[in-house]
Design a protein. Structure first.
Length: 95
């Protein structure tokens, strides 16, 4: 074999070993996936997802100009999104 073929073979072999090691490490890790509980701000709204309890998630929608927060949740029985609570933030969180 000539030299360029040897270099290609060695490079591909090393790449395969590195990828196999990464795959093995990924399969052996015990980390649980986190489903992005990150707030998002867009325009006049802030969206904040959170875990209501072990079996239910909720979403807070805050309208910045009015200071109103509405909490939505999924009703699994009816497969519908329902309003859980509505809060006037100025009244609720003022001293």
């Amino acid at each position: 074999m000539n030299k360029p073929q040897n270099i290609a073979i060695v490079t591909l072999t090393i790449s395969a070993v590195v990828l196999a090691a990464m795959l093995t490490a990924s399969l052996l890790s015990n980390e649980t996936a986190q489903a992005g509980y990150t707030s998002v701000s867009k325009g006049d709204y802030i969206l904040v997802p959170y875990a209501w309890n072990d079996q239910r998630d909720a979403m807070c929608v805050i309208h910045i100009p009015t200071g109103k927060m509405i909490v939505y949740g999924l009703n699994v029985a009816t497969n519908a999104i329902e309003v859980i609570d509505s809060i006037e933030m100025e009244k609720t969180f003022s001293n």
